[in-house]
Design a protein around this ligand. Structure first.
Ligand SMILES: Nc1nc2c(c(=O)[nH]1)N[C@H]1C(S)=C(S)[C@@H](COP(=O)(O)OP(=O)(O)OC[C@H]3O[C@@H](n4cnc5c(=O)[nH]c(N)nc54)[C@H](O)[C@@H]3O)O[C@H]1N2
Ligand SMILES: Nc1nc2c(c(=O)[nH]1)N[C@H]1C(S)=C(S)[C@@H](COP(=O)(O)OP(=O)(O)OC[C@H]3O[C@@H](n4cnc5c(=O)[nH]c(N)nc54)[C@H](O)[C@@H]3O)O[C@H]1N2
Ligand code: SF4
Ligand SMILES: [Mo]
Length: 694
């Protein structure tokens, strides 16, 4: 790897951001003694000089021994072998053309990622719709933010994860965290949660729950009943902010008509949370001068995730929180560009600027910018899991390009998905490490990493940030934008339609988003590099919007909408054969499918293997002891994990992390039931039994 010769040990370093989660901690990179060194940026308000283990070790991924350095093509012997770029790209383009000619454009599919920069996400969407001509593009954000997004759009008219800066949380008196564990998933966020009293809803006593003033420990999959019950108590105890509800919202009566049936004793019976705790939670929130309600994946990754988020929004609206200074509702975005990635047009139903593909005015605006007639833009395609599950079916995808995801590990019902990927005529993966998905590919394209590239990402606050380059990519490695450019040209597209320079792409995406819900037209590299703090919507000439909804919500009438939602069971509940709930999630040391963090020695040592967290009594009943290898089995399959006894866990629930490959994949057991509105899979609850591993 080449070191930028301008760097010295004393240079202030390249100001950029961590490659991993949505907090996008500010960092400074420098080259010291031939190795890249990272330091937290003391001036960036989100992390204020803090980083988590993953951030500290991120430079290790730049030089992992199995870093992809050359394209790989699967030969007649079935093995992946090194190939030149022209050979690999020519082959991919030829096969894409053949498959399209034989089966139509929708036989070509694209799977993107919420870690991609805005420039890449934008170009990927354009590439799919124009160069491939397919409607079949979706991304891993469907597994992440989709329920929160659907509920926020319905309630507020637009979806920005946090419609306020994270630093506002530091001024709060009380914060409710429903299904989020930031002590492991966003540790520096805790700096802003020191002052408020926390109410944490989580079936596990997590490190976050340990810091809470009140820990509600619901049965997995019952948050909707929980939120209905909290609203019920707010109303019956006279704690609703009536003036706010009258002035700023609609639909209270219909929402209350559902919540009225969720009296506290019934909620206790369904959720397992004591009536006294339910009442205490509502009194804390309603009694606070400044309160926030935040949801995380624990409440959202369910086949009723959208309605669950809506129910927490109903509660927040009843208490008069959203759109008021020092109060609010928000959802904690997940991936590095989880926010921007869902606005730039890689989602099945979307055009850039958070526009809808079905909106004629949006089609007109974007197609004019792209220099094509509106009817060249395909309609909406399948959602992420449905896209993967349709492979091998009549009319389903036959070729798939994966850019920024590792679905062999991270998709629900991963055994089934892996089998489906095996039926493709062509699987192409662009990555910088040989991920589990890349290992199945026909062609692997090696791409540059965060510290080797320029771009922008949009963090959990809707703040647009610059990613800056410290190093050149290793020889033989190209950027994602260059890869898409080269493929598009080979597919007959004009070269100038796919710029390789991120700055040029940004100039174009500004125009594409102009006038849309997520308007970036007032943002430029120049403004960002001059230090401007810019949050979307940021129309040309404006200074951006750190706090949304202070005057009005984004619906035409300016009001927020209550949603009339009803509780329902998960797709699967424990019964004979599978007596326990299983839920899944994260640990501090690993990121997502683990493709990056499992390669970092310091992180692999901290969390070396899959485990199943169980109450000691539950383990004993299954004849298992702490430290023993077990199989966690559902109706879909079994995962191998080491038993970890945890007395604070509910006795009816086990927890597994999803970061491990092969037989240790949590997604071998998860249920692929989808939320009808957001198409979010039910990652957070299924029925299992745990038995000794043979
Ligand atoms: N270390 C680490 N940090 C990360 C990531 C990572 O992979 N590793 N990924 C990033 C991304 S993309 C995301 S989306 C975020 C996710 O951040 P979080 O939402 O904080 O992460 P999870 O661990 O998936 O889920 C949070 C909690 O939900 C709980 N839970 C499970 N089932 C239920 C339920 O039915 N109800 C309730 N109320 N809680 C439940 C789990 O016990 C868990 O503690 O983290 C980001 N940060
Ligand atoms: N059971 C269970 N499953 C889950 C979840 C859960 O809580 N439980 N959470 C879900 C959630 S919230 C998420 S976000 C998904 C995430 O799951 P994945 O989509 O698998 O996410 P990653 O592991 O980050 O995979 C990203 C891949 O792309 C590569 N990559 C990173 N950046 C780039 C880039 O800029 N360009 C290219 N070409 N490649 C890049 C990485 O090396 C890695 O191989 O998992 C979901 N799956
Ligand atoms: S909290 Fe997120 S952004 Fe910050 S260092 Fe850790 S992984 Fe990186
Ligand atoms: Mo995520």
């Amino acid at each position: 790897m080449t070191m930028d010769p301008r760097l010295t040990a004393s240079s202030p370093g390249t100001a950029t951001h961590c490659p991993y989660c949505a907090l996008q901690c500010g960092t400074r990179l420098s080259g010291v003694r031939g190795a890249v060194e990272v330091r937290p940026d003391p001036d960036f308000p989100v992390n204020r000089g803090g980083l988590c283990q993953k951030g500290w070790t991120a430079p290790d991924v730049l030089g992992v021994p199995d870093r992809l350095a050359t394209p790989l093509v699967r030969g007649a012997d079935g093995r992946l072998a090194a190939a030149g770029w022209d050979e690999a790209l020519d082959l991919v383009a030829r096969r894409l053309r053949e498959i399209r000619a034989a089966h139509g454009p929708d036989a070509l599919a694209v799977f993107g990622g919420g870690g991609l920069t805005n420039e890449k996400a934008y170009t990927l969407g354009k590439f799919a719709r124009l160069a491939l001509g397919t409607s079949q593009i979706d991304y891993n954000g469907r597994f992440c933010m989709a329920s929160a997004a659907a509920a926020q759009i319905a309630a507020f008219g637009v979806d920005r994860g946090l419609p306020f800066p994270v630093t506002d949380l530091g001024g709060a008196d009380v914060v409710l965290l429903a299904g989020a564990n930031p002590a492991e998933t966003m540790p520096p966020l805790l700096r802003h949660l020191d002052r408020p009293d926390l109410i944490v809803a989580d079936p596990r006593r997590t490190r976050t729950a340990e810091r809470a003033a009140l820990h509600l420990q619901p049965t997995p999959g019952t948050d909707l009943a929980l939120a209905l019950g909290l609203l019920h108590i707010a109303v019956t105890e006279g704690l609703v902010d009536k003036a706010y509800v009258d002035e700023r919202t609609t639909g209270f009566d219909a929402a209350w008509a559902r919540a009225v049936a969720w009296w506290p004793e019934r909620v206790e019976a369904v959720t397992g949370v004591a009536v006294s705790e339910l009442r205490a939670a509502v009194r804390m929130l309603a009694g606070a001068e400044r309160a926030y309600v935040l949801t995380g994946r624990g409440a959202e990754q369910h086949s009723k995730g959208t309605d669950t988020v809506a129910a927490f929004i109903n509660l927040a609206l009843a208490l008069g929180l959203p759109g008021r200074a020092g109060r609010g509702f928000g959802t904690l975005t997940g991936q590095g560009n989880g926010q921007g990635g869902r606005e730039m047009g890689q989602k099945a139903d979307q055009l850039p600027g958070y526009r809808l593909l079905t909106d004629p005015a949006a089609r007109e605006h974007v197609s004019r910018l792209w220099g094509v007639p509106p009817d060249r833009l395909p309609g909406p395609g399948r959602s992420a899991y449905e896209l993967l599950d349709a492979i091998g079916e009549a009319g389903g995808p036959r070729a798939l390009l994966v850019v920024g995801s590792n679905p062999v590990v991270s998709a629900p019902a991963a055994g089934r998905v892996t089998e489906r990927l095996g039926r493709l005529d062509l699987l192409v993966v662009a990555d910088f490490v040989p991920s589990e998905t890349a290992r199945l590919a026909d062609v692997v394209l090696p791409v540059a990493q965060w510290a080797e590239e320029e771009g922008t990402l949009t963090n959990l606050e809707g703040r647009v940030l610059r990613r800056r380059r410290l190093l050149d990519p290793p020889p033989g490695v190209r950027g994602d934008l260059e890869v898409l450019h080269a493929l598009a040209v080979r597919l007959g597209e004009p070269a100038e339609r796919y710029p390789c320079a991120p700055r040029e792409v940004f100039a174009e995406l500004r125009e594409a988003t102009r006038g849309g819900p997520a308007d970036y037209s007032g943002i430029s590299y120049e403004r960002l590099d001059a230090g401007a703090e810019l949050y979307w919507p940021c129309p040309e000439g404006s200074t951006g919007t750190p706090r949304m909804f202070l005057d009005r919500f984004a619906h035409p009438d300016g009001r927020a909408r209550f949603a009339p939602v009803e509780h329902r069971d998960p797709a699967e509940t424990p019964g004979p054969g599978f007596p326990l709930y299983a839920t899944t999630g994260r640990v501090l040391a690993h990121y997502q499918s683990g493709a990056q963090t499992r390669r970092v020695a310091r992180l692999a040592e901290a969390a070396p293997e899959p485990f199943v967290e169980m109450h000691p009594d539950t383990a004993a009943r299954a004849g298992l002891a702490d430290g023993q290898w077990a199989l966690v089995r559902s109706a879909r399959g079994a995962m191998r994990a080491r038993v970890r006894c945890e007395p604070s866990l509910r006795t009816d629930t086990v927890f597994v992390p999803f970061h491990f490959p092969g037989a240790g994949r949590a997604n071998l057991i998860t249920h692929p039931a989808l939320d009808p509105r957001s198409r979010m899979p039910e990652f957070k609850v299924c029925a299992v039994r745990v038995e000794a591993a043979p």
